[in-house]
Ligand binder design. Sequence first.
Ligand SMILES: N[C@@H](CCC(=O)N[C@@H](CS)C(=O)NCC(=O)O)C(=O)O
Length: 229
Amino acid sequence: MPAMAKPALRLVVGNKNYSSWSMRPWVLARQAQIAFEEVQLKFDEAGGGLRVAGIDPYSPARKVPVLLVDGEPVWDSLAICETLAELHPQKKLWPADPAARAVARSVCAEMHSGFQGMRGAMPMNLRASHPGKGRTPQSEKDVARVIEIWTSCRARFGKGGEFLFGTFSVADAFYAPVVTRFRTYAVALPAPAEAYAKAVEQLAAVREWCDAGRRETEFVLADEPYAQK
Ligand SMILES: N[C@@H](CCC(=O)N[C@@H](CS)C(=O)NCC(=O)O)C(=O)O
C-alpha cells in the first residue's frame, strides 16, 4: 500500500532574537529534519502593547507560533510540538520508554505554564549580553528549578546521548530558549547542566536560529528591560 502523503506544513514565527515560544517548534522541526515552509512575522509596538503584525489571517489566537497543517491552524507551541510528533512518529520526538515519556511531558508542561519569574526578568534576547542582570528572588528560584530538572533528567534518562532523555526530544526544544537566556544573563551552571547547555547550543538547528536572530535589527522595547537608554 502506498504511504499516505504527509500534510504540507507552514510554521509562522516571530522575531528570532526575541520569540522564545517560536523557537521551540522551529528548532524541533528543523533539528528533526521535518520539512516546513517558514513564515516570519515581526512584532509591532506601535500604538502601545505588543502585537504580531500580519498575524490575523494565520491564527485565531493572534500569537506566534502557529503551525498550518494543510492550511488548518494549530496554535500554541505545546500543541504544535505534539502535532509534529504525531505527524512524524518515526522521528521519535518523545522518548519511547513510557516512564521517560511521562517525565518529558511533565517538564515540558512545567516550562510551558511556569517560570514567570525567569520569563519576566530574563527575557530571551540572543543579541544581548547582560551578565548578572535579571536576578530576583523569583528568577533565582526558577533558575534553580531548571538546573534541578536538567540534572535529574540527565542522570535518570540521559544515558543514550547528550540530551535530557538521551537523544534529542521535544523537551530539548522546550529548554533551548532557556539555554540562550542563561548565556545572555551569564548564569553560572554546575558541570552537568553546563555540559547539557553546550550540547543544546551545538545543535545545528539551535545555531541556525540563533545566528538568524543575532542578525535581526528590530528593537522591541517590551523585551529590552536592560537596554541603555
Ligand atoms: N502559550 C503560547 C504563547 C505564545 C505567545 O505569547 N507569543 C507571543 C510572542 S513570543 C505573541 O505572539 N505575542 C503577541 C500578542 O500577545 O499579541 C505558545 O506557547 O505558543
